[in-house]
Design a protein around this ligand. Structure first.
Ligand code: DQA
Length: 148
């Protein structure tokens, strides 16, 4: 059975490509998702992506992952990383392994971005590698679910 990976994008990530490109780059969200989809199929895994600007919708999607056979979550919760106990609790409740991704190096930025409600639950954290960080996380996910 192919591994099922869910990539979750939080608020404002729908603006990728035009949003502060010096921080987040020029790749749009559809381009990024297509890249990750291609990578997953080349690795024999299936990939679903979801973006929402709403905390509750992200919680709902994480809860749904418990029932839809998702093996691994890659999440960039955007600003909710630094504020959301609800997203933390949802990830904890479903017990699906996950990696936290940030396009920018949050540790080079404002102090409020240095704290994450997710990191201590995550298997790993990738920050500052741009879209390549998502690719690394997807490769890790495939290996983790079905070690070669
Ligand atoms: C981000 C970093 C967050 O601090 C910010 O709120 C985002 C994007 C990143 O990918 O670098 O929306 O998660």
């Amino acid at each position: 059975m192919a591994q099922r990976i869910l990539v979750l994008h939080g608020p404002n990530l729908n603006l990728l490509g035009s949003r502060e490109p010096h921080l987040y780059g020029h790749t749009t969200l559809p381009e990024l998702n297509a890249r990750l989809g291609g990578l997953s199929s080349s690795l024999g895994a299936s990939l679903d992506t979801y973006q929402s600007n709403h905390e509750g919708e992200l919680v709902d999607r994480i809860q749904a992952a418990r029932l839809d056979g998702t093996d691994f979550i890659v999440i960039n919760a955007g600003a909710y990383t630094h504020t959301s106990v609800a997203i933390r609790d949802a990830l904890s409740a479903v017990k699906i392994p996950f990696v936290e991704v940030h396009l920018s190096n949050v540790y080079q930025r404002e102090a409020f971005r240095h704290h994450s409600y997710l990191s201590d639950l995550a298997l790993g954290v990738v920050a500052g590698l741009g879209p390549q960080g998502y690719e690394a996380a997807v490769r890790f996910a495939v290996q983790h679910v079905q070690p070669a």
